[in-house]
Design a protein around this ligand. Structure first.
Ligand code: BES
Ligand code: ZN
Length: 637
């Protein structure tokens, strides 16, 4: 109810737009207009954490973290403070004013909500300064992925990593799990002596003999960005303040693949101002990591499928780096405002890539995304939630992960691209740089953005732009910027010709511009090949699939994006020759963006339905809960 009212207030106050501009400082704790209770039980208006210190032991045998979370709090005269927990065992709670700890009463209220978990109520006094929660994680702590050594690259040491976004931090730390409260944090961790711990904080660059590591994050962050990984790690430097952590045997490949990271940093800073987090490193995780990348501050978590060997997938790194501004510095206030994180980041990512590979390549990257958006929009329009086509979402009573669609990402980015085309790049750049500066270290709602857009861009230059249509309606507005790509058009033509039975391989190359034919895989970029495969119909014949494999060896190409698109066609055509590689891919890779659609596609066809269920049963222990939960749902398990 409160939430409904909050949304109403938000929309009304926007419609009858008042001029009230929010001051940065007060923003962090004034939450009247958008309820922070959104996806959380925390009472942050009454009492909230300002600093967290974690003191934890990492036990690989029992697959358990245990210790204490010490919350330094600000109490607005409340008699209790409420934290979110999900899958945690709370052993004891104390409070303190200085160093002496006194036991205090706590109560876990309500049944376990399947999405939100439970509320941990703790009694406090007006002058309580610290709340110390002694706890341990359980097998229900879904943020944690405990990997046996067999699932790592070296196959000799186990691995642990966390994934906090959107609301999984509460499954490994008792915390006020809202993106609108910013905290600093520190941590002391005890890990097995042969392993190294790293966090989204100041990090060691080598192992120590005690297995004890200390971490500091001095800049205030939303708690979904608290992250930890423990494994057999080494560090390699890429630039002045950039480098990569990975298992030893991946170091050489990682240093090659991400060699342009320092250039990306220069491009990013040139666009939107100085990097705020001092150090920027990558951590290459095991294959089970459910995302391509996760923007944990100072330490982006990355999927090893990015190691394509030819730098063709590094835009994911540009994306995570961009989050150092959009998302980490300026954070979505609620998960309904998720597009402010991701749409800005995809826009920014593309600007960085333009510096790295040039305008044509960057346009092609954006176009691949745009095609995905068109498909997604169609799916959403026919789904039980057609309103998911809006940038500003209403995720009440839903999992915030439901907002993770191409709408937030690509519609968001094209919204900004369209504004840019209208106002000109120079004004857009000034606007965005000032946006990041104005809102730095705060959380921003869609309304805040709209007010700022009006004030600093549209009204300022008297520009007529229908942003409401973009933000509060579904679909892709008519004024959306169009990107043209000659090479993509050609790939599309090739695909259509091939599908209609034409021979696209034998025409001599280069005889005339129009009779150009596909000869070598290396003549075209990965993005061009993706466009080619995507434009093939679902019902090619086995002979046609064999012909493509014969000429282009798609089945054995180890680029994960290509494998993904190709396997989708292999499933729909029941092309058995690709199944062993498909099976190996599903056994190894846990990245949800790939495996969820692959399992879903298998499930769609009678010829592969049972296979999907049986493979999933065999491989699910290789996946993080984020992926396996989604697939379970798709396979109706
Ligand atoms: N922050 C996201 C990942 C995320 C979003 C995790 C919501 C949990 C909830 C990350 O920055 C991301 O967008 N990753 C993409 C990268 C891509 C869009 C370039 C991915 O993993 O595919
Ligand atoms: Zn992102």
């Amino acid at each position: 109810m409160k939430f409904t009212l909050g949304i109403l207030t938000l929309i009304l106050s926007f419609l009858y737009s008042c001029d009230a501009r929010n001051e940065n400082k007060s923003k962090q704790i004034t939450q009247e207009k958008t309820p922070t209770r959104n996806h959380s039980y925390a009472n942050i208006e009454a009492a909230h954490t300002t600093h967290l210190h974690l003191d934890l032991a990492v036990d690989f045998e029992q697959k358990k973290l245990s210790g204490v979370a010490r919350h330094q709090i600000e109490n607005n005269k409340s008699s209790e403070i409420i934290f979110d927990i999900n899958g945690l065992k709370i052993n004891k709670v104390t409070t303190s004013i200085e160093s002496e700890e006194l036991n205090t009463s706590h109560e876990i209220k309500g049944a376990i909500h399947p999405i939100l978990g439970q509320a941990l109520h703790i009694k406090i006094e007006p002058n309580t300064k610290y709340v110390n929660i002694y706890y341990e994680t359980t097998e229900k702590s879904e943020a944690l992925d405990w990997l046996d050594s067999t699932l790592t690259s070296s196959k000799t040491k186990p691995f642990l990593y966390t994934q906090g976004q959107a609301i999984l931090t509460r499954t490994w730390i008792p915390i006020q799990d809202v993106p609108s409260n910013r905290i600093t944090y520190s941590a002391d961790l005890a890990v097995p002596k042969d392993l190294m711990a790293v966090m989204s904080a100041s990090n060691p660059q080598s192992k120590n003999d005690e297995g004890l590591y200390h971490f500091e994050m001095h800049q205030p962050i939303p708690c979904y960005l608290i992250a930890l990984a423990v494994g057999d790690l080494v560090y390699g430097k890429l630039g002045e303040n950039t480098g990569v952590y990975c298992e030893p045997e991946l170091l050489e490949a990682s240093l090659m693949e991400f060699i342009d990271l320092p250039k990306m940093m220069i491009a990013a800073e040139k666009l939107y101002g100085a990097y705020s987090w001092e150090q920027y490193d990558l951590l290459i995780l095991p294959y089970s990591f459910p995302f391509g990348g996760m923007e944990n501050p100072r330490l982006t978590f990355a999927n090893p499928t990015l190691l394509a060997g030819d730098k063709s997938l590094v835009s994911v790194i540009a994306h995570e780096l961009a989050h150092s501004w959009s998302g980490n510095l300026v954070t979505n206030e609620t998960w309904n405002d998720f597009w402010l994180n991701e749409g800005f980041t995809v826009y920014f990512e593309n600007r960085i890539m333009e510096e790295i590979i040039g305008k044509e390549g960057a346009d092609n990257l954006a176009l691949v995304e745009f095609f995905e958006l068109e498909e997604e929009m169609e799916r959403i329009a026919g789904s039980p939630h057609p309103e998911d086509g809006h940038l500003f979402l209403d995720l009440k009573k839903r999992n915030p992960d439901d907002g993770m669609t191409d709408v937030a990402y690509v519609k968001g980015a094209f919204f900004l691209k369209t504004i840019e085309a209208k106002v000109g790049r120079q004004k857009m750049d000034v606007f965005l740089e000032s946006y990041f500066d104005h809102f730095k270290f705060t959380s921003v709602s869609t309304k805040d953005f709209i007010d700022y857009l009006n004030q600093e861009l549209l009204e300022k230059y008297n520009i007529d732009f229908d942003y409401k249509e973009w933000i509060f309606n579904g679909g892709i507005p008519d004024n959306c910027l169009e990107i043209e790509s000659k090479s993509f058009q050609q790939m599309e033509d090739f695909a259509k010709s091939f599908a209609s039975g034409k021979d696209i391989f034998s025409t001599a190359k280069g005889t005339s511009a129009h009779s150009k034919s596909i000869l070598n895989r290396s003549d075209y970029s990965v993005q061009e090949w993706l466009t080619f495969i995507r434009n093939l119909p679902e019902n090619l014949t086995i002979t046609q699939m064999e012909d493509l494999d014969d000429k282009l060896s798609f089945t054995s190409w180890t680029n994960a994006e290509i494998q993904f698109e190709w396997f989708l066609k292999a499933i729909s055509t029941n092309y058995q020759a690709a199944y062993p590689n498909l099976k190996a891919f599903l056994k190894k890779v846990g990245r949800r963006k790939f495996i969820l659609p692959l399992y879903s596609k298998m499930y769609e066809f009678e010829h592969s339905k049972e296979q999907a269920v049986s493979w999933f049963k065999d491989f699910k222990q290789n996946y993080h809960a984020v992926s396996s939960n989604s697939i379970k749902e798709a396979l109706a398990l």
